[in-house]
Design a protein around this ligand. Structure first.
Ligand code: CMC
Length: 392
C-alpha cells in the first residue's frame, strides 16, 4: 500500500476527472462544457444551460422544447408532500425545508430508485428540476403564513417561480420581465463550478450508489454553510450591519484583517480564483443595470461598491489575492426582486441543481467509478491499557 498523504481542505487533491466545467482561477476564466460563462449569460436561458450541463451539448430547438415540456409535466408536488410543511416550525430556515423535502421526494418515487432502467434517472432529473422551484416557493409561503400557490405551466421557469413566490390566491402577481431576466442570469452563473464543496458532497454520497434525491439533499446541506452558498445571505446581513453602523466601511475592512476578530468579509475570497471572479463581474454589471432601469436606490449597493474599492486597494487583500466572489453582489439583485434574505441560498441551490445532477451522472457513468473513501493519518493515542469503569 502507498503511504497516505494528507491535504487538509483538498487544496491540491483532484478527486476526479471531469468534462463538465473548466475553471482557470489565475486568469478568472469559467466555461461550461467549453462555452464561456459570459456567452452563456448573454445568449441563453437557464433551462437551455441546464440541458447543456446535464446532456453535454446545447440543445437544438426541438430538444429544448421537449425538455421544457417534460419539465412542465412535473412541476406539481404530490398533495401529501405539502403536509410536510405543516410539521415545520413557522420560522424554519428554508434551506432546511428544501433539503428535507427533496429527500422526502424519494419516499414518493420508491419504485424507481434502483435506477435499473436509464429512463428512471431521466425521470428523476425531470422531477428534481421541475419540483425544486415549487418546493422552494412553498417554503417561502410557509414562512410568511400565506397559502401555497400552484405552479402555472404556461409560464417560463423563472416566471413560474416568481409567480409561486409572489402571487396570492386573490391576486395574481404581475411578473416584471426585467425581474425574470435578472433571475435567469443569476441561475445561469450559479449553475456549476466544478468540484466545490456541495458538488463534491453530491459525488461523494452518490459514489455509494445512493439515489439522486439523497445525493442532492446532501448537496443542499453542504451549500447551506456560510463559507459556501450561505455567504450570499451572510454578505447582505454584513452590508446591512455596516449601514446601520453608519456606513464606516474602512472599520470593517480593518476588522476583517485581524484574525482574532473572527470576522471575514463575506463574499470575498475564493479557493480557486486568485483574480476577479468572472461571475461577480457579470453579476455586478447586471446589478448596476437593474437598479438603474428600475430607479432603485439601494444603500446596500453603494456600501458594497465602497467596500470593494477599499478592500481592493488594501495590501492585505492584494497580497492574498482576495476579490469579490459570486456571493458579493447577488444579494443586491435578489433584494431588488423582493426576495427575502433567508431565501438567497435557496436561489443558489436552484441554480446549482443542474450542475449537481450533471456531476452525479458523470460520476455514475465513469468507467473507473469506485466508492469515494479517503484515507487519514491517525494522530490519536497509541495502544493503551483499558481501566475498568469502577477503577477510573
Ligand atoms: N476576509 C478576510 N480574510 C480572508 C477572507 C475574507 N473573506 N478570505 C480569505 N482570507 C484570508 C485568510 O484569513 C487567509 O489569510 P492568512 O494566509 O493570513 O492565514 C488567506 O486569506 C487565505 O484564506 P483561506 O481561508 O486559507 O482560503 P480558503 O481557500 O481555505 O477559503 C473561502 C476560501 C471562500 C472559504 C474564504 O475566502 C472565505 O471564508 N471567504 C468568505 C466566505 C465567502 O465569501 N464564501 C463564498 C465563496 S464563493 C461561492 C461559494 O463557494 O459558495
Amino acid at each position: 500500500t502507498k503511504a497516505v498523504t494528507v491535504d487538509e481542505g483538498f487544496v491540491n487533491t483532484g478527486s476526479t476527472t471531469s468534462d463538465i466545467t473548466f475553471l482557470d482561477g489565475e486568469k478568472g476564466v469559467l466555461r461550461y462544457r467549453g462555452y464561456a460563462i459570459e456567452d452563456l449569460a448573454a445568449h441563453c436561458d437557464f433551462v437551455e444551460v441546464a440541458y447543456l450541463l446535464i446532456y453535454g451539448e446545447l440543445p437544438k430547438l426541438e430538444d429544448l422544447e421537449s425538455f421544457r415540456h417534460n419539465l412542465r409535466q412535473h412541476t406539481m408536488l404530490h398533495e401529501d408532500i405539502t403536509k410536510f410543511y405543516d410539521g415545520f416550525q413557522h420560522d424554519a430556515h428554508p434551506m432546511a425545508i428544501l433539503s428535507s423535502v427533496v429527500m422526502a421526494l424519494s419516499t414518493f418515487y420508491n419504485d424507481s430508485l434502483g435506477f435499473d432502467d436509464p429512463k428512471d434517472i431521466d425521470r428523476c432529473v425531470m422531477r428534481l428540476m421541475a419540483k425544486v422551484p415549487t418546493i422552494a416557493s412553498y417554503a417561502h409561503k410557509k414562512s410568511i403564513g400565506q397559502p401555497m400557490v400552484y405552479p402555472k405551466n404556461s409560464l417560463g421557469y423563472c416566471e413560474n417561480f416568481l409567480h409561486m413566490m409572489f402571487s396570492v390566491p386573490a391576486e395574481e402577481y404581475e411578473i416584471d420581465p426585467v425581474h425574470a431576466e435578472a433571475l435567469n442570469l443569476l441561475l445561469i452563473v450559479h449553475a456549476d463550478h466544478e468540484q466545490n464543496c456541495s458538488t463534491s458532497t453530491v459525488r461523494m454520497v452518490g459514489s455509494s450508489d445512493a439515489n439522486l434525491f439523497a445525493s442532492i439533499s446532501a448537496g443542499i446541506c453542504a451549500l447551506w454553510g456560510p463559507l459556501h452558498g450561505g455567504a450570499n445571505e451572510a454578505c447582505v446581513s454584513m452590508l446591512e450591519r455596516i449601514r446601520e453602523d453608519g456606513g464606516n466601511v474602512a472599520k470593517y475592512v480593518e476588522m476583517a484583517k485581524k484574525k482574532d476578530s473572527g470576522f471575514r468579509l463575506m463574499g470575498f475570497g475564493h479557493r480557486v480564483y486568485k483574480n476577479y471572479d468572472p461571475r461577480a463581474k457579470i453579476i455586478k454589471a447586471a446589478c448596476d443595470r437593474l437598479l438603474q432601469s428600475q430607479q432603485i436606490h439601494d444603500p446596500i449597493f453603494h456600501i458594497a461598491q465602497e467596500l470593494e474599492q477599499v478592500a481592493l486597494t488594501d495590501d492585505y487583500f492584494i497580497e492574498r489575492k482576495l476579490y469579490p466572489n459570486v456571493d458579493f453582489y447577488s444579494g443586491v439583485i435578489y433584494r431588488a426582486l423582493g426576495i427575502p434574505v433567508e431565501m438567497f441560498t435557496v436561489l443558489f441551490a436552484m441554480g446549482r441543481l443542474p450542475g449537481w445532477i450533471a456531476h452525479w451522472i458523470e460520476m455514475r457513468n465513469s468507467p473507473g467509478k469506485r466508492i469515494n473513501r479517503p484515507r487519514q493519518v491517525y494522530t490519536g493515542p497509541t495502544k493503551r491499557p483499558l481501566t475498568p469503569i469502577e477503577q477510573r
